[in-house]
Structure formats: structure tokens, C-alpha cells
Design a protein around this ligand. Sequence first.
Ligand SMILES: NC(=O)c1ccc[n+]([C@@H]2O[C@H](COP(=O)([O-])OP(=O)(O)OC[C@H]3O[C@@H](n4cnc5c(N)ncnc54)[C@H](OP(=O)(O)O)[C@@H]3O)[C@@H](O)[C@H]2O)c1
Length: 365
Amino acid sequence: MSIGVGVWGTGNMGRASVAAVLGHPELELRAVLTSTAAKAGRAASELAGDGGRGHTDVTITHSDDAADLVDRGCSAVVYAASGDVRPDEALEDIRGCLAAGLTVVSPAIYALYDPASAPVEVREPIERACRSGGSSLFVSGVDPGWGNDLLPLLATGLCHDITSVRSLEIFDYSSYDQEFSVRELVGMGKAMDYEPPMVAQGVPTMVWGGQVRLVAEGLGVHLDGIEESLERVALDTDVHTAMGLFEAGTQGALRFEVIGHVGGIPAVVVEHVTRIHPSVAPEWPQPASGAGSHRVVIEAEPRLEITVEAEAEGGNRAAGGNATAAMRLVGAIPWLCEADPDLYDGTQVPLEPGRGRFVAPNTTT
Ligand SMILES: NC(=O)c1ccc[n+]([C@@H]2O[C@H](COP(=O)([O-])OP(=O)(O)OC[C@H]3O[C@@H](n4cnc5c(N)ncnc54)[C@H](OP(=O)(O)O)[C@@H]3O)[C@@H](O)[C@H]2O)c1
């Protein structure tokens, strides 16, 4: 019997999550919730593009009430509404879903990617809701997410004499369909004295420190501590993108690391290189091709380098990354529904193979 699933939020991750649920043979899409009244009544399948065609007659509902998911027969929900600018509200929505007995997966709450190191005031109410609802929560994505917990740890199993594990996101954000994040949070196109919130002191560690700790724990090593590094570069010339103009002299690229030291040596590192045009800071790491790559580099015997380039929505790399994030979350739902009520991290939840998801080419038309 299939598991009834709802998707809450219809932005980039909500869209990818609808497609992921529709493409999973053990799941059935039963509801899509939006906070935007104008989206209500539209067919949910429209969100999934070609993948949704003919798959569902679910319509989008204007609601912020977990009871609407339960009433529509959902046992699980992908909470894909933004937690970036409304973390407390998003956490409260998730708490309500868990208390109502729903299994919850979400990319939205950065403090809960590594629940064991989450602040107690964040973790405890969620733990109580899991206990009272008999439900579980898994917060993950691509980066943070499988790109810097599961993938590097899996790859370390192929190596010995490991001296460092580094995961990188190398992206040109000019095609990222999230102008607010690109300009306001990441600071692209802002004066060089603007402090982008995403890289304000302590924020990278809040967001990615859990991933560093999970990898260290998986390797069985004790971290001396976690440090951050940050470099920013201005644009030499004006750059025109689908989001408009990014002026010469404003921020055109940034590079940060979240570094876990062992014995004074950088041992587990998460690195981001983010540009608004491929020509900026050419000496920094580059994607293998196109607009973006996720990469894992393990200094070990053998030295291992894995580059992942996902594409979706007509070759878009940002949408490709989001699609993998959605599938990591959605694919976890059957396992979570059977698990003991709890909060789980990316090293505990297995990445199940795509059994039943193969589609012979002549059945797609
Ligand atoms: N770790 C990862 O790999 C990863 C990747 C991508 C995103 N994320 C995280 O996932 C979350 C969603 O990202 P996204 O790229 O999908 O963002 P997005 O495209 O901006 O979509 C977010 C959606 O949240 C809903 N929303 C916005 N403001 C709201 C409010 N005040 N109240 C209720 N709902 C509101 C809106 O959907 P409706 O109009 O339908 O309500 C909006 O479309 C973010 O927290 C982001 O940081 C993580």
C-alpha cells in the first residue's frame, strides 16, 4: 500500500519535491499546501513540469494547518517552505506536523541537519513532538546534505591512510532562481562593505558545522575545533544575468571554508566557491563543466575525487542540485515511517537504491 504524502510550499524545493513524490512508486501525492492565496486551486502536477503530466489530480490548497494534511490522508510531509527568513515559524510548522503524527522531511532548518549538536531550545520541543505524535524528522538536502555527509563518508570506505576529506560546492549562481538569496543572503552585487548574512561570522559553522562533525564522527576522529575562512572578490566589469545587472566593483564571488581540525591539521572541510559569472576569481576551484559541480576530494591511499553534476528543468544545475536534495528527502520517507520516533541525521538514514523507478524510454511519451 502506498504512503500518502503532502508537500508544504511551492518554491524551488516544493516543485522538486512534488516531482520526486510523483516519481516514487511507494508514495502517493495527496496534498500540496501554499501560503500564497493566488496559487490555490491550481493543479499540483503543473509544478512538476513534464514529470507531473497525467500523474495526479491534486490541487494546491491555501493553508498552514497540519490538520489539512491529515484530513487528506497524508502520513508524511515534505516541509519545503522557506526557513531562511522565518526559521521560528518554519520550526513551529514542523513541530505541529510531528505532533499531528506526520513523518516530516525538510531542507529548511539548518540547526537540525545534525540534531545531536542542535541548540537544546530547538531540539527539545521537536523531540517532544516526535514522542507525542509517534513521528520522525529528517532534515537534509544536497549541500548541506548528502554532498557533505553521506557521499564523502561512503567514499572513505574505499580508502585508507586518510589525511583529509573535503567537500566542495562550486557554483555560478547567475541561473539560480532565487534572487533574494543571491543578492541579499549571499551578497552578490552588493558593495564590498556589505556583510552577507550567509557568511557572517559563525553562520557557516551554524549551517555546515554539523556536516563536518558527522563526517568526523563517521571516521572515528575527535575534532580539536571548527574554524571558518572567508574571501570575497569584486567584479572587474558589469555582468548582466537573468536577475539583472551586477555592477563592477560590487561582490562577484565568495569562497568560504568550514574547517574541522584534527591535531592542528585541516581534516574535514566543507568549502563553497560561489560566483555570479564564471570569469570571476579564475584561480579558485572551477566546476568540471557548466554552471556548477559538487565535489568530494579525499586525500588518502588512493587519492579519490568524485564530481557530481546534476541537471534538471532543461539542463539547469541549480535545479539539478535541488532535485537531488528533494529525492534524498522523499526517498527517506518509507524508511522513516518504519523507524522509531526520533530525529535522524544524514548518516543514519540509508540512501535507498531507485528500485521501481526505472522508466523504459518508450513509456515516457
Ligand atoms: N540543503 C539544501 O541542499 C537546500 C537546497 C535548497 C533549499 N534549501 C532550503 O530549503 C528551503 C526552501 O528553499 P527554496 O529554494 O525552495 O526557496 P523558495 O524557492 O524561496 O521557496 C520557498 C517557499 O516557501 C514559501 N514561503 C515563503 N515565505 C513564506 C511565509 N512567510 N510563510 C509560509 N511560506 C512561505 C513559499 O511557497 P508558497 O508560496 O507555496 O507558500 C515559497 O515559494 C529554504 O529554507 C532553503 O534554505 C536547502
